[in-house]
Write a protein that binds this ligand. Structure first.
Ligand SMILES: C[S@@+](CC[C@H](N)C(=O)[O-])C[C@H]1O[C@@H](n2cnc3c(N)ncnc32)[C@H](O)[C@@H]1O
Length: 210
C-alpha cells in the first residue's frame, strides 16, 4: 500500500501549515534555522523534508552535503526546483522510512521535524542505526484535545493521515534515544497561536551501541 502522504498535495499542505491560525510553517522554519547552525557537523540529513521549508538557512561554507529525504517524489521535485542554487550540496532521496530495508548514507546531523509522528519510535531508531549521526535534532508536536491536524479550511485534505499518525512524547523519545547512546543536550518549546506547541530536543552521541 502507498504511504498516504503520497496523496497530499504540497500546496494544500503549505497553505494549511502557513495559515494565520496554524503558523507551523513559520515556526518550523525558525526551528530549522537553529538546527542548521547549532552543531559541529559538515553533513546533515533532513527526514520528511516536504517542500524544503527552511533550506534557505543551509550554508554551503558549513555543509559539504545535506540529504533531504521524503516518501513523496513530487515534493522532492519541487525542492530541487526551489533550491537549484544548492545543487551539489543538496541531494534528495526518495525513500519510505518505514521500509525495514531502507538504505541511507551517513550524516553527522540527523534532523526530524514533525516526522516521527508518522513513522514511530522503532522505525526512527532503525533510521538512526543506518545513518549513525553524531547529533540528532527532533521537532515534535504536543497535541491539545483538538486533534493532531489544526483547524483550517483545508483540514480535511489530511483525513487520510489519521491511519498512520501517532502522538510522540518528548520524554519517551528522549528515554529511547538515551538507551541507544544519545544524551539530551538541549530543548526548546515553540508556542503556536492555537494553543498547540512544538518541542525541539537535541541529542549527542555519547557512547553505547546503536
Ligand atoms: C508534517 S510533514 C514535515 C514537515 C517538514 N519537516 C517541515 O518542516 O515543514 C511530514 C513529511 O514527512 C514525510 N513522510 C511521512 N512519512 C514518511 C515516510 N514513511 N518516509 C519518508 N517520508 C515520510 C511526508 O511526505 C511529509 O513531507
Amino acid at each position: 500500500m502507498n504511504n498516504p502522504w503520497e496523496t497530499v498535495s504540497l500546496s494544500d499542505y503549505e497553505q494549511h501549515m502557513s495559515s494565520d491560525d496554524v503558523m507551523q510553517l513559520q515556526t518550523l522554519n525558525d526551528m530549522m534555522r537553529t538546527q542548521l547552525v547549532s552543531f559541529p557537523a559538515d553533513t546533515a540529513m533532513i527526514l520528511g523534508i516536504a517542500g524544503g521549508n527552511g533550506l534557505e538557512h543551509i550554508s554551503t561554507d558549513k555543509y559539504r552535503k545535506v540529504y533531504g529525504v521524503d516518501v513523496n517524489e513530487g515534493y522532492l521535485d519541487e525542492v530541487k526546483k526551489r533550491y537549484a542554487a544548492l545543487d551539489g550540496c543538496l541531494e534528495c532521496i526518495c525513500a519510505d522510512l518505514t521500509d525495514d530495508k531502507v538504505s541511507l548514507p551517513h550524516a553527522g546531523l540527523l534532523i526530524a521535524d514533525l516526522l516521527i509522528e508518522y513513522i514511530g519510535y522503532d522505525c526512527f531508531e532503525r533510521v538512526i542505526s543506518v545513518t549513525e549521526p553524531e547529533y540528532i535534532s527532533c521537532g515534535v508536536q504536543i497535541d491539545t484535545g483538538s486533534g493532531f491536524v489544526s483547524e483550517s479550511p483545508l483540514t480535511h485534505s489530511f483525513d487520510c493521515l489519521g491511519s498512520i499518525h501517532r502522538s510522540i512524547s518528548p520524554s519517551v523519545l528522549t528515554g529511547r534515544l538515551e538507551c541507544i547512546g544519545y544524551d539530551l543536550i538541549s530543548s526548546q518549546e515553540y508556542l503556536l497561536p492555537n494553543g498547540k506547541k512544538l518541542i525541539r530536543t537535541d541529542h549527542r552521541r555519547t557512547g553505547g551501541t546503536i
